[in-house]
Design a protein around this ligand. Structure first.
Ligand code: GDP
Length: 457
């Protein structure tokens, strides 16, 4: 095995930069480039920091650093590891990185340290994925759900289900191997009981899918309205106050900047309607109902903003109707002006959606919108605590597949199929579940998962 090296702190300038080494040669490499202040102190002591200098091949000092040794198997990767804390400038960390490479290390691939931790059995696949999810968390709730997973809550639940299934499988094997014992009937009943139990347990996990999706993907909110109704003003009022983070999401042809706010720990993504905005001044008129429909279709929540100092026109009425079967909030804006319409206006009232009165200009009533969003999606009730909340799409797919296999197995029992047929679908369920912890997963999937990691992790 090669010894790998990477800069583990983010690119740019900072107080400290960390360079990590993992592998057999780690200690040899550091010995070649590091001179401890206490020169006599040659001994490698684990989990203690040594202060000294990094020297290049000419003996020239590069930086003053602190070096920590992690002795195999008690390290993140289970291999010998070294962490060099240097000053956090890009020239410094890169020089140290290059020195490590000159002395025999290879530049690590993204996620390679965590991949080693998984391959060497220190953590399972779900835990490894939890690490990337934790790092990439946009909200505290997402981080909490990932931490639960890192601590093994999901893995333990899956292992518990696997064990239940496996114990019964041993019984079936017996009935197949020694048919003379004729334990078929007992086996069938027992088997069905076990499968029903497993089905219930998986259902419990599935119950949290929606919560997991909310935590991970948040709520896509589109603000639509006629020109001059106050969309931009509302957007500014919301984002100026509550803007959380701006993330760049890769994977689309261009990088999309997503802006979102966080309400009760849930990200509310404001769908970028910039394209529509710039197209024309009279967007709704020009875009027409079709475009509004399209936006509404792609949103979890449509906020329709109306200038309440004007009377409703045909178009408003058409758009209002369009909201009928959507999660929608109607906003009557410009309440600081003389009002022509109100929540009592028939066409508005009839739609039966929450109505919020605001002045986007004066930033009045904005918090009432948050309250309605929270109420509509029951955000106040989302509680992660100790529960297993699955936020990872891969895990969801796997669990759904396993459940399908379990249901097929139950049906096979009900239809009196031979035990060896039932055994096939049960085995498939086991295999699916094994994909979560990584015992039954192809190298391709593993590579795919770790590719998403950042360098140095
Ligand atoms: P958009 O075309 O829907 O994005 O609307 P804008 O946000 O650009 O607002 C159109 C005009 O209405 C601007 O002159 C805003 O200052 C004004 N406006 C927006 N909200 C309010 C409000 O609550 N009260 C008043 N009096 N004017 C507002």
């Amino acid at each position: 095995m090669e010894t790998i090296v990477a800069i583990s702190t983010p690119p740019g300038y900072g107080g400290i930069g960390i360079i990590r080494l993992s592998g057999k040669e780690s200690f040899n490499i550091i010995e070649k480039i590091f001179e401890p202040k206490n020169k006599k102190n040659k001994e490698i002591e684990g989990y203690k920091m040594k202060y000294g200098k990094i020297l290049d091949s000419n003996g020239k000092s590069i930086d003053e650093v602190l070096v920590t040794y992690f002795i195999s198997p008690k390290s993140f990767t289970t291999e010998n590891m070294v962490e060099i804390n240097s000053h956090g400038g890009p020239i410094i960390v890169n020089s140290i990185l290059e020195l490590c490479i000159e002395n025999g290390a290879r530049l690590a691939e993204p996620g390679e340290f965590t991949k080693l931790a998984f391959l060497n059995g220190r953590i399972d696949l779900a835990q490894a994925e939890a690490i990337i999810d934790m790092i990439n968390s946009k909200t505290k709730k997402e981080q909490e759900a990932s931490m639960n997973q890192l601590e093994g809550k999901l893995s333990n639940k899956i292992k518990e289900i696997q064990t239940n299934i496996m114990q019964k499988m041993v019984d079936i094997e017996a009935s197949i191997d020694y048919p003379e014992y004729d334990i078929e009937d007992v086996t069938r009943n027992d088997l069905k009981k076990m499968l029903e139990k497993v089905k219930g347990e998986i259902e419990e996990l599935e119950k949290n899918f929606e919560t997991g999706k909310l935590i991970r993907n948040g709520i896509k909110m589109a603000i639509i309205g006629k020109p001059n109704s106050g969309k931009s003003s509302l957007l500014n009022a919301i984002l100026n106050e509550e803007r959380a983070i701006v993330t760049e999401v890769e994977g689309t042809t261009r990088d999309v900047i997503e802006e979102f706010i966080v309400i009760e720990g849930i990200p509310i993504k404001v769908i970028d309607t910039a394209g529509i905005r710039s197209e024309t001044e009279d967007e709704i008129e020009k875009i027409g109902i079709e475009k509004a429909k399209k936006i509404a279709r792609n949103a979890d929540l449509v906020v329709y903003i109306i200038d309440s100092s004007k009377k409703l026109d045909k178009e408003d009425e058409q758009i209002l109707e369009l909201l009928n079967d959507k999660n929608a909030i109607i906003i009557l804006n410009k309440i600081d002006l003389k009002q022509e319409i109100s929540e009592q206006t028939e066409k508005i009232k009839n739609i039966n959606k929450p109505i919020v009165k605001i002045s986007a200009l004066k930033k009045e009533g904005i918090e009432k919108i948050y309250y309605q969003i929270s109420k509509m999606f029951n955000l106040g009730e989302i509680n992660i605590d100790d529960s297993v909340t699955i936020i990872n799409e891969r895990h969801k797919e796997v669990i759904k597949n396993a459940q399908k296999n379990i249901i097929d197995s139950v049906n096979s029992i009900d239809n009196n199929f031979p035990v060896d047929i039932i055994q096939i679908t049960i085995k498939q369920a086991l295999e699916e579940l094994g994909k979560i912890t990584g015992t039954m997963v192809s190298e391709e999937i593993i590579n795919e998962i770790f590719k998403k990691f950042c360098l140095g992790k």
